[in-house]
Design a protein. Structure first.
Length: 560
């Protein structure tokens, strides 16, 4: 993620100003600090690109630190998935992998220091009473009845909390700031709570855990971070970040907030994404409909396309929502240059070429990628019986339908001109077979007499085609903003798209028989597809990454 020399985003401008002034002695040290309570989504990708990108551009370092302060929601699975996603995006933390849990002892000692300096106290109110006591933005809070405990009593209680003498909810440790402060977060925030839960790294060594707000700034400080770059929702937490660093008189990084990445037809709340997974609305965190990085990877997006999106949306101080089309165009442009072309029929109907010799199979040359001559060509088998798309034939076509119909002639991609002479229906009235003749003089798709046809159709050999399961994905939600519901009795889940996944049994050209997981190609006239991890030797599975541009796929009759 880079910027042109004459146009730097405001974060890079700050870094350059700091370097020019010598504020950090020329050091640039950033970090990416995810909570391991879910899989990363595309919003995190922007933060990854920004933090690692700035470090690389200015000769600095970027740490990966897991802010693992909530053992009830954190898992090793999430830690490993996050590491995989960052590597996939093309970034490396080298030897700088840290966990907030690495600092639990130091954080505890600092908490005791604040108690000794009369800047923290043990509060024995219930959480409900603490919330009520904070007041409102217009009404000052009320001091806790335990706010004036002596230093010795607070130290004794806090140490006994650590020793496990109390049950969850009996006590918390709070910072002693100002219950009338105009910034609500500075009204004696909670620093520690009792949680008798096993931690994924420290096991049962601790039964008190620091809050995120208490942990975050001090972890940055311990790592020597210079620029603590985070999204705008943390802007109102900056005064608390600053207060802890100042109260402890430790290295004080600079917190800088930028706009998060939002996309239409998606949501970025990990809590809601977890609900989608747990409630079975999707098939796991890496479901190709999910906005997670692993979901995008499984759908066929490339790290280059995701990084390009992050660069295009830019870094500002204003939140906005980016149209999903922007991301789709990134992968289209890339795959148009790099992906092999292949033929696949997703809704097959058989065509019998009645004047083609029975039993004869010939191999025809087909270009792999017209955008890349170096990609070469392949051979596709052609015979008397082929499959075409069912909607490429109409019994009674309208005037602007140019594909196959009775008496009509079309071009078969890389093959011949064929002309429909007859068709057969089954008992239900559906077209079951189409009869055509071919012109052997049009091999390769050109007529020596110069006659033209208005349509070129893809096809596969009926004898040589392979079977495949093809998953056609659409938006997970029906509306651009899933939170918008007209009926107040409904919630965001009412906007789930019931047709977000459609699975079809397709016929593919035989060159795809050896395709393995992660192989990307364009199914001509259908879109871009990738081999899914569910594929086996017996069952090839393709996911549609994205359709072709509308102008490429729209039929003259308005259908696609």
């Amino acid at each position: 993620m880079t910027e042109s020399a004459d146009h730097k985003d405001f974060v890079r401008q700050i870094v350059e100003e700091d370097n020019a002034s010598g504020k950090w002695n020329g050091v640039v040290h950033t970090r990416f600090p995810p909570e391991p309570n879910g899989y990363l989504h595309i919003g995190h990708a922007k933060s990854i690109c920004l933090n690692f990108g700035i470090a690389k551009e200015y000769g600095g370092k970027c740490n990966l630190r897991f802010d693992d302060t909530n053992p009830e929601k954190e898992e090793v699975e999430y830690v490993e998935s996050i590491k995989t996603d960052i590597k996939w995006l093309g970034f490396d933390w080298e030897d700088r992998l840290f966990f907030a849990s690495d600092y639990f002892e130091q954080l505890y000692q600092w908490a005791e220091q604040l108690i000794k300096n009369d800047k923290a106290y043990v509060c024995s109110q219930t959480l409900e009473a603490i919330r009520e006591g904070r007041g409102t933005p217009a009404v000052p809070g009320t001091d806790s009845p335990f706010r004036n405990r002596s230093v010795d009593e607070n130290l004794d209680l806090f140490r006994r909390m650590r020793a496990g003498e109390f049950e969850e909810g009996e006590h918390v440790l709070r910072a002693k700031i100002d219950m009338a402060h105009k910034v609500m977060l500075l009204r004696d925030p909670i620093m520690y709570r009792i949680r008798k839960v096993e931690h994924h790294r420290t096991g049962n060594a601790w039964c008190i855990y620091p809050t995120y707000d208490y942990t975050h700034g001090q972890s940055d400080s311990l790592e020597g971070i210079t620029h603590s770059i985070c999204t705008l929702e943390f802007e109102n937490r900056r005064p608390l970040y600053d207060w802890f660093c100042d109260a402890l008189e430790i290295h004080h990084p600079q917190q800088i907030e930028f706009n998060r990445l939002n996309l239409t037809y998606t949501m970025m709340s990990k809590r809601r994404l977890l609900q989608l997974v747990n409630d079975g609305h999707v098939n796991g965190w890496d479901d190709p409909r999910m906005p997670t990085i692993s979901g995008l990877r499984r759908r066929g997006y490339t790290p280059e396309s995701v990084r390009s999106l992050c660069a295009q949306v830019g870094v500002t101080k204003h939140n906005a929502t980016t149209d999903m089309v922007v991301l789709e165009n990134q992968i289209r442009e890339e795959l148009n240059r790099t992906a092999d072309r292949r033929m696949a029929v997703l809704d097959p109907v058989k065509v019998v070429i009645t004047n083609y010799p029975e039993g004869q199979i010939e191999n025809l040359d087909a270009v792999n990628n017209p955008e890349d001559e170096s990609a070469g060509s392949r051979q596709v088998p052609f015979g008397r019986e082929i499959y075409i798309e069912r909607d490429d034939f109409m019994e009674d076509p309208p005037k602007k339908f140019f594909r196959l119909g009775p008496g009509r002639e079309v071009r078969l991609r890389w093959a011949y001109f064929i002309k429909c002479t007859d068709f057969v229906k089954d008992d239900a009235g559906n077209i079951s077979e189409i009869h055509c003749t071919y012109d052997p003089e049009t091999k390769g798709g050109n007529a020596p007499d110069g006659r033209k046809v208005k349509a070129t159709m893809h096809w596969v050999s009926a004898d040589k085609a392979i079977n495949a399961e093809v998953r056609l994905y659409d938006h997970l939600f029906l509306t651009e903003d899933p939170d918008e519901v007209e009926d107040e009795s409904l919630d965001w889940k009412s906007n789930l798209n019931p047709d977000s996944l459609r699975t079809v049994s397709a016929r593919l050209e035989p060159s795809l028989a050896t395709a393995t997981e992660g192989y990307r190609c364009q199914f001509e006239r259908q879109g871009y597809f990738v081999v899914d991890k569910d594929s086996t030797d017996q069952n090839l599975v393709f996911n549609r990454t994205v359709t072709l541009k509308d102008s490429w796929t729209k039929r003259p009759d308005g259908k696609k």
